[in-house]
Design a protein around this ligand. Structure first.
Ligand SMILES: [Zn+2]
Length: 395
């Protein structure tokens, strides 16, 4: 039995012991609402620690281009890819972005997700970045899914800077000197992210941006070593980033640095995104090497219009088992407790412990091993958020 009160978990254990404890502490048993899991598995509400929730438009045409062999950089160089999403997103007002966000948050909830991290990064100018962060914040307040906003102004170099010979460096200065102060004054972003990658932002540019963000009190995270070893994993460990994400091709040194950080007081979580490599038809991250080295591994959808258009975290659990040889127990930890720490909410979410938020999922499965096993199935029976039923299958 799991007892919850005031939106928090009070106790977890055998029914008799829990009820005796509640009575002894003066809780009115008659006022508790009983929910019968009917033999189904109960897990913490899932946490998606890496999403690009808010954007406008869709990019289904690129699927066909990629089937013909076009790569991410090739699509980007052709003016497609992320820049087409930036143009559409700049043109969308807050109401349109909120409607889009609500639609996909509802999909995530139906897949058992009760908390997500949501990055900006399709504005690439102060005004649009602030709009994205504000909408993400308001959607979280509206609930039921908690939304943790992240500032990702350094997601790509926008079109208007690309013609300049010093374009990337000039944009980095604009992120540090113009966007970050505005974002800090707005006070919505809990962390700052940078796309540290060959041909995008170098490790040294990433370091400058993240250190500037840290000075404003934001946590650090980065897109690291997605397309080529770019010093991202090393940098994440060195800076004490809460998460290094993607890590498809980390260097041996980067992996070792993250393993060393795992032994320290503030481990950098390796947030792996196997739906992205699956959708891009490329090799997945070396999850086993991270796990065997003692690095905490989280899993996210990377929900975005170009490289991972899926809101389905349980599907990502399946892909992680198949493509990265993670065990069902490892993938469960990776979408709950490890994901909560990667999202910066480890103290409040991600496990069934007294004092944490009463975020629970009842599954139509009798063993957690069935969650990744029934591929693509809709297994969620009931979702509880802060003690309230917020989704019931067929309800
Ligand atoms: Zn991403």
């Amino acid at each position: 039995m799991i007892a919850c009160w005031g939106g928090k978990i009070l106790g977890v254990g055998p029914r008799d012991a829990i009820e005796t404890g509640l009575e002894a502490n003066g809780y009115p048993l008659s006022r508790f609402v009983r929910i019968d899991a009917d033999g189904g598995v109960v897990t913490p509400g899932l946490v998606d620690p890496h999403t690009h929730l808010l954007f406008a438009g869709s990019r289904e045409r690129e699927l066909v281009l990629r089937q013909r062999g076009a790569g991410y950089m090739e699509i980007l160089a052709a003016g497609g890819g992320i820049l087409s999403t930036v143009a559409a997103t700049r043109a969308a007002d807050a109401e349109q972005l909120a409607a889009h966000g609500r639609r996909w948050l509802d999909e995530m909830l139906r897949h058992g997700v009760t908390t997500i991290e949501a990055k900006s990064g399709y504005g690439l100018d102060l005004q649009t970045e602030l709009r994205l962060l504000q909408v993400a914040f308001e959607l979280g307040k509206e609930g039921p899914v908690d939304v943790v906003p992240t500032f990702l102004g350094a997601h790509a170099v926008p079109q208007e800077y690309r013609a300049r010979p010093d374009g990337t460096e000039a944009y980095v200065r604009s992120v540090i000197e113009e966007q970050l102060p505005g974002v800090a004054a707005q006070g919505r972003a809990r962390s700052c992210d940078v796309f540290c990658e060959e041909g995008v932002f170098t490790a040294s540019q990433t370091r400058r941006i993240l250190q500037a963000a840290a000075a404003y009190g934001m946590a650090m995270r980065l897109h690291a070593d997605e397309l080529a070893p770019s010093g991202g994993a090393e940098l994440a460990a060195e800076l004490g980033a809460i998460s290094a994400d993607h890590l498809h091709v980390p260097s041996d040194e980067g992996l070792a640095a993250m393993a060393e950080s795992a032994g320290g007081p503030t481990p950098t979580v390796a947030t792996l995104l196997p739906a992205t490599t699956w959708f891009l038809m490329t090799d997945a991250a070396p999850a086993r090497r991270f796990i065997d080295a003692g690095v905490p591994v989280a899993l996210g959808t990377d929900f975005n219009p170009g490289t991972s258009p899926t809101p389905n975290l349980p599907l990502v659990m399946t892909v992680a088992c198949l493509e990265m040889k993670m065990s069902p127990a490892e993938v469960l930890a990776a979408v709950t407790i490890n994901a909560a720490f990667a999202a910066g909410v480890g103290a409040d979410a991600g496990s069934l412990e007294p004092g944490k938020n009463a975020d629970l999922v009842i599954w139509r499965a009798t063993d957690v091993g069935q969650l990744p096993y029934w591929v693509g199935a809709d297994l969620v029976d009931t979702v509880v958020k802060r003690g309230h039923v917020v989704y019931r299958r067929g309800g």
